[in-house]
Design a protein around this ligand. Structure first.
Ligand code: DQA
Length: 141
């Protein structure tokens, strides 16, 4: 099973963002854990990050023909990108929305997710472990 793990805008600067919300791991450290968890489950994990919305949409289009499941943390795009939502809606494979922080318990504007209704599951507020939960969910389907 091939899983795309797509981290979006500003997730490249993890480790420098507010640790109270995002913890202290850098993106390479987080991706290292995600790959390890994937290996344990026998999944082929492809981790990517970009700050360019068009590139992110392009990866979702690529997933149409080459992924069996997609984990997305679109960062702030979560809250307003209908372009990313429309791309995710095209997928017939399951999508899991992950947020390191508990977006429901922060500013009002973070409570809106335009991708939630196209995701099979949402995990938030569990830090890096949220990605493990997402992998396990996809593995069990
Ligand atoms: C985030 C939450 C978003 O509100 C924020 O803009 C991010 C990261 C998270 O992982 O908690 O960049 O998606």
């Amino acid at each position: 099973m091939r899983v795309y793990v797509l981290n979006g805008v500003n997730l490249d600067v993890l480790g420098r963002r507010d640790p109270a919300h995002y913890g202290s791991l850098t993106l390479p450290e987080l991706e290292g854990k995600v790959r390890e968890w994937g290996e344990e489950l026998g999944l082929e994990v492809d981790c990517r990050q970009t700050n360019a919305e068009g590139e992110y949409v392009g990866w979702i289009h690529e997933a149409l023909d080459s992924a069996d499941g997609v984990i997305v943390n679109p960062g702030a795009w979560t809250h307003y990108s209908y372009a990313i939502r429309d791309a995710l809606e095209l997928l017939s494979v399951p999508v899991v929305e992950v947020h390191l922080s508990d977006v429901e318990a922060r500013e009002e504007w973070r409570r809106t997710s335009v991708v939630r209704d196209v995701a099979a599951k949402t995990v938030m507020g569990k830090g890096p472990e949220g990605y493990r939960e997402a992998l396990e969910f996809l593995d069990k389907l």
